[in-house]
Ligand binder design. Structure first.
Ligand SMILES: *[C@@H]1O[C@H](CO)[C@@H](O)[C@H](O)[C@H]1NC(C)=O
Ligand SMILES: *[C@@H]1O[C@H](CO)[C@@H](O)[C@H](O)[C@H]1NC(C)=O
Ligand SMILES: *[C@@H]1O[C@H](CO)[C@@H](O)[C@H](O)[C@H]1NC(C)=O
Ligand SMILES: [Mn+2]
Length: 606
């Protein structure tokens, strides 16, 4: 159980502001004008006002009600974290009432609905406005009303210094990346490009920051022009070396808050087209006169999704290292459970963090570790808290999904183990999840195939016995562990900017199966898109998947009789790679570690 936060006072103060401004309601999104999945604590307005700490949701506070919308991954968490003041509105269920339809029907005609124009993207704003009825209008507030309520209690934003990533890890200098971006700008006849996605900026500048927990980005905006660029950031985060590099590449540094002002002067001193990333806020976009606006996907999104040879090498190294660390973790865990030590979800995830921190390339975890024993595993996004913490015992089915950001790459690896005797049903479900993962790992597909078209391949073996899972099968991986624009999801609307797979994109391959109140299974590898040997009639190669993560599967959870000959062969080859790649790494870097024996034991051929 999680203790909910009492939000009575916050809501009272917010409603007083609404009444003073003659607003019927206020919309509070999760993001903070950079449209990522997570925000720094200083901008976590939704969490402050509602208590909800997940990565998907939005709220509407009216004079009499406080409503919160989220999707199926978070129904349980939201109902636990929010107090009685809040009403949970479920997205993605058959009789769903969307926020738009709620506003249309529950609010008076001609109502003014407040929102902060500096955090809503222009497309989101237009979508809201066009859904209103009977003279209802959106009303941009000068200041964020939640910030006014928050007042002195609002935490200060991080001041942690940025670090520079050398070209031996990024494979490309900023100057070269700028050149590629400027080519794209020329193609679209854009005189300037405004970007607000934090991983875009970190990628371009070969910098990493620590403003958001379990992420390596920093609060900033950038405007790229034909001969120079402007960076908007808290300047105290930049040391002398970084300042010099930025200047060398043609960078001018401004305070984070100066973005609007600077864009205004750019608009008045020039007369050409200004490309605004479609994630830019309504207020930024509004500065540019409409005939001069080009609102579209940031070109950096597609450039950074295709990894260069140095990055591929870095990701391979990071995934080998992290697989070795996870092998050390699992051999420790198995041994601890065997010898009767008290291991819990939290102590296990702490132990992994300790092992990772020993490595000099480790920067931070890439998301909150999902350490889930038995029924905890049934919530795909569960992460333990002191109140929910469960023991991991000789009878446990244990789902562990953990990722790290290293200097040379980001990881995200999931395995499920049973430390006692699994039931036949658990073994069948595990085997079918594995068969789905193998199906995706061995698929041959045309260039530019959209991710959603691959999703069903990973589900078919579960579907054959009437089972399924409620999340996507794969996401892009980059500085952000969930990198846009590719997504292997059953819902194509979840990846509106997917332009299809090309060589050297990375994706996760992570089917699962969940049984409420009982257990969860997920198996996740990071894989790379490569040319296959199959060619189309014109001689152009179709694509294939190459595994980059080599961590054993658990033999006792696999029902060999459900596997085809080809699947057995795939597994034997995969296990050989586990021994060669990760086993050898352990021998070399952690000589004498029992993890080597663990790998050998877990990779007996079928
Ligand atoms: C736009 O600016 C350029 C140079 O800055 C100038 O040559 C051109 O005449 C201007 N065009 C208009 C329509 O003002
Ligand atoms: C494990 O915890 C139990 C109760 O929570 C306690 O009785 C036992 O002594 C502990 N064992 C060890 C090895 O710490
Ligand atoms: C993959 O195929 C494309 C298109 O034919 C080609 O340009 C590229 O060089 C190939 N990659 C490799 C590693 O051979
Ligand atoms: Mn993942």
């Amino acid at each position: 159980m999680v203790l909910s936060v009492n939000t009575t006072l916050q809501l009272l103060r917010l409603r007083t502001l609404l009444a003073n401004l003659s607003l019927a309601a206020y919309i509070i999104p999760l993001h903070d004008g950079h449209q990522g999945e997570r925000t720094p604590d200083c901008n976590a307005r939704l969490k402050y006002i509602s208590g909800f700490s997940g990565t998907s949701g939005k709220a509407l506070v009216t004079l009499s009600e406080a409503l919160f919308w989220t999707d199926g991954r978070y129904f349980i968490q939201a109902s636990e974290e929010m107090d009685k003041n809040w009403k949970l509105m479920k997205e993605g269920i058959p009789d769903e009432i969307s926020m738009q339809s709620y506003m249309k029907t529950a609010l008076e005609p001609r109502s003014h609905i407040g929102l902060d124009p500096s955090i809503f993207s222009k497309p989101a704003w237009d979508d809201f406005q066009s859904s209103l009825k009977n003279g209802q209008v959106l009303h941009p507030t000068q200041e964020n009303l939640v910030d006014i309520v928050w007042g002195e209690e609002r935490p200060a934003c991080s001041k942690r210094k940025l670090i520079q990533i050398p070209v031996e890890f990024t494979g490309k200098e900023t100057a070269e990346k700028l050149q590629e971006i400027r080519e794209k700008m020329k193609e679209r006849r854009a005189q300037a490009l405004v970007i607000n996605q934090l991983d875009d900026i970190a990628w371009l500048l070969n910098l990493r920051g620590f403003d958001i927990s379990a992420a390596a980005v920093f609060l900033s905006f950038a405007i790229i022009k034909p001969n120079d660029f402007d960076l908007f950031i808290d300047q105290s985060k930049l040391d002398e070396n970084i300042l010099n590099s930025l200047k060398k590449d043609g960078g001018f540094i401004f305070n984070y808050e100066d973005i609007n002002h600077r864009l205004e002067s750019l608009v008045s001193s020039t007369n050409g087209t200004i490309w605004l990333a479609k994630t830019c806020s309504f207020s930024l976009t509004s500065i540019v006169p409409e005939p001069r606006q080009l609102i579209d996907l940031s070109p950096l999104v597609l450039l950074k999704a295709v990894k260069n040879p140095t990055e591929i090498k870095g990701y391979k190294n990071a995934l080998t290292r992290d697989s070795a660390i996870l092998a050390r973790f699992y051999s420790w865990l198995e041994n601890s459970i065997e010898t009767g030590e008290n291991v819990t979800e939290l102590s296990a995830s702490d132990y992994l963090l300790k092992l990772r921190r020993e490595h000099e390339y480790f920067l931070t975890t890439s998301f909150e570790t999902i350490s889930a024993s038995d029924s905890s595993g049934a919530s795909p996004h569960y992460s333990p808290t002191p109140l929910s913490n469960k023991p991991i015992t000789k009878n446990s089915m244990f789902l562990f999904d953990a990722g790290a950001i290293y200097l040379d790459g980001t990881t995200d690896i999931t395995r499920t183990f049973h430390f006692g005797t699994p039931t036949d049903h658990q073994r069948e479900a595990y085997t079918r999840v594995l068969k789905g993962q193998i199906a995706l790992a061995t698929i041959i597909f045309p260039q530019r195939t959209l991710g959603y078209r691959l999703d069903s391949f990973a589900r078919m073996h579960l579907w054959n016995i009437g089972l399924d899972y409620g999340h996507g099968t794969g996401h892009g991986v980059g500085i952000d562990v969930h990198e846009v624009p590719t997504k292997i999801s059953y819902n194509h609307l979840k990846a509106p900017d997917d332009r299809g797979f090309v060589e050297n994109m990375l994706t996760s391959n992570e089917p699962g199966y969940y049984e409420q109140g009982s257990f969860g299974i997920r198996l996740e590898n990071i894989v790379r898109v490569v040319n296959s040997t199959v060619k189309d009639p014109k001689g152009n190669p179709f694509l294939a998947i190459e595994d980059m993560t080599f961590l054993p599967y658990q033999h006792k959870l696999i029902k060999k009789e459900l596997l085809t000959h080809a699947e057995v062969e795939y597994l034997n080859t995969y296990q050989e790679k586990c021994r060669q790649v990760v086993g050898e790494f352990i021998k070399q870097h952690y000589p004498g570690d029992q993890a080597y024996q663990w790998i050998i034991k877990e990779t007996k051929s079928f």
